[in-house]
Design a protein around this ligand. Structure first.
Ligand SMILES: Nc1ncnc2c1ncn2[C@@H]1O[C@H](COP(=O)(O)OP(=O)(O)OP(=O)(O)O)[C@@H](O)[C@H]1O
Ligand SMILES: [Mg+2]
Length: 403
């Protein structure tokens, strides 16, 4: 019992430390450029060595107990043998004593085997505990048990409604407070606001990556909690702020494994958002290998690919989180045209950092500290001389001084 408790504890520690070593190595390799640019090699190496030493010590601890159990069993074998010889000498023949010792060894053999296997088993149990912990994690967001049949008069126009939505990532740290807006089918709405105002959060909630705390989000009049997640995400096409590309070909990255999207559809989508030009210029065209996270493509190229991806997947609501990374003016023009093609005949929610890109949308919402502080068209908001006016003036001044 003592052994079991002690050795299990030691094995648990080795598992935790091994996981931490793996995470550290992965992070360091991925962030290699930053490590090198900030001359952090030595610091990172020291961090690694410290973790590595902790891991070694934990292993040593488990080996100590393992060896301990083995020694105890060996010792018991020896002591019993000594007792047998001591008690039996003078009373029994050499043959009887020999027989007795053999029997005794046969008795202890399974115990010794068992003790050897026992620590292997404890090691496995420590791993199993961690695996089960993960497997037992309940998904925080579940599909509806029964999907209500669509109403006869229901139309899929792509209307998006936020009704008094409150949301916090943690506890009562409200990121969105009582946010309400309605984007009619086919309309374009833009969201602006300072960094950290909660713009990206609106996308995460609409696609139900997080569950809202209060209020309702409706897509075509249906609460999104009543829509299976796969259906919801098929209807809402998203272009994220930071584009994620997988290793594989350009084509794989456009289809993302959807076999019903043939190369023709993918290429049409790429052509529409003007991504076709740079793809054709690549050595293997659409079959060109994208390296992990798309490191062999430029930021603008990655963005164009993400537009083509969203277009090819054919959603009827489009959510676009504009990237802040600056791109050259030519690519910028390409990206702008790509955005316009993407938004055609769709309900579009655009999160804009450059106000020049959203002057022609139907309605602009200004987020401030998690609330919708202002809304209206570009002209209305400028005339109101509020937050939007200030943001606009600031950017205008910036652009003027840059020019
Ligand atoms: N996963 C998360 N867990 C906890 N807090 C988060 C998480 N994601 C965002 N936040 C917090 O929520 C707030 C809103 O973040 P959000 O990403 O929506 O900002 P944003 O308006 O998109 O900003 P930006 O213009 O920089 O993209 C921030 O204060 C941020 O710190
Ligand atoms: Mg954001």
């Amino acid at each position: 019992m003592v052994f079991r408790l002690k050795v299990r504890e030691a094995f648990r520690a080795t598992r935790v430390l091994l996981a931490r070593i793996n995470a550290t190595v992965q992070e360091t390799v991925v962030g290699m450029k930053v490590v090198q640019l900030f001359a952090r090699e030595r610091r990172n190496q020291r961090d690694f060595e410290r973790l590595n030493a902790e891991h070694r010590d934990a292993w040593q601890q488990s080996i100590f107990y393992d060896a301990g159990l083995f020694s105890v069993v060996e010792l018991a074998t020896g002591v019993v043998a000594a007792l047998v010889i001591w008690k039996a000498s003078g009373h029994a023949t050499a043959g009887t004593i020999y027989l007795f010792l053999r029997y005794m060894q046969l008795f202890f053999m399974p115990l010794r085997d068992l003790s050897a296997k026992y620590s292997v088993m404890q090691s496995a149990m420590a791993s199993i505990e961690r695996i089960f912990q993960l497997l037992d994690t309940k998904p925080a967001i579940e599909d509806p048990v029964s999907v209500p049949a669509p109403r006869a008069d229901a139309q899929s126009t792509g209307e998006v409604v936020f009704e008094n939505v409150w949301f916090a990532y943690q506890g009562e740290d409200w990121v969105l407070r009582d946010v309400s807006f309605r984007v009619a089918g086919g309309e374009r709405a833009a969201f602006v606001g300072a960094t950290g105002a909660g713009k990206t959060t609106i996308i995460k909630l609409l696609t139900r990556l997080y569950e809202i705390d209060r209020g309702r989000i409706l897509l075509d009049g249906v609460d999104i909690r009543q829509i299976p997640q796969a259906t919801l995400r098929q209807r809402v096409g998203t272009v994220l702020q930071d584009v994620f590309l997988f290793s594989g070909s350009i084509e794989d990255n456009l289809s993302l494994g959807r076999t019903d999207l043939d190369p023709g559809t993918l290429q049409r989508a790429a052509r529409a958002v003007e991504a076709d030009r740079f793809i054709s210029a690549l050595p293997d065209g659409y079959a060109t290998e994208v390296r992990e996270r798309g490191t062999n493509l430029s930021a603008g190229q990655r963005q164009l690919l993400s537009f083509a991806r969203a277009l090819a997947h054919g959603a009827d609501v489009l959510v676009l989180d504009e990237a802040t990374s600056s791109i050259d003016t030519e690519t910028e023009a390409l990206v702008q045209r790509g955005i316009h093609v993407l938004m055609e005949d769709k309900t579009a929610l655009v999160i804009a950092h450059r106000l020049s890109t959203i002057e022609d949308v139907d309605r602009i919402y200004v987020l401030h500290h998690g609330r919708v502080a202002e809304s209206g068209s570009h002209e209305e908001l400028l005339a109101a001389e509020g937050l939007y006016h200030r943001l606009y003036r600031l950017q205008y001044a910036e652009e003027a001084s840059a020019a």
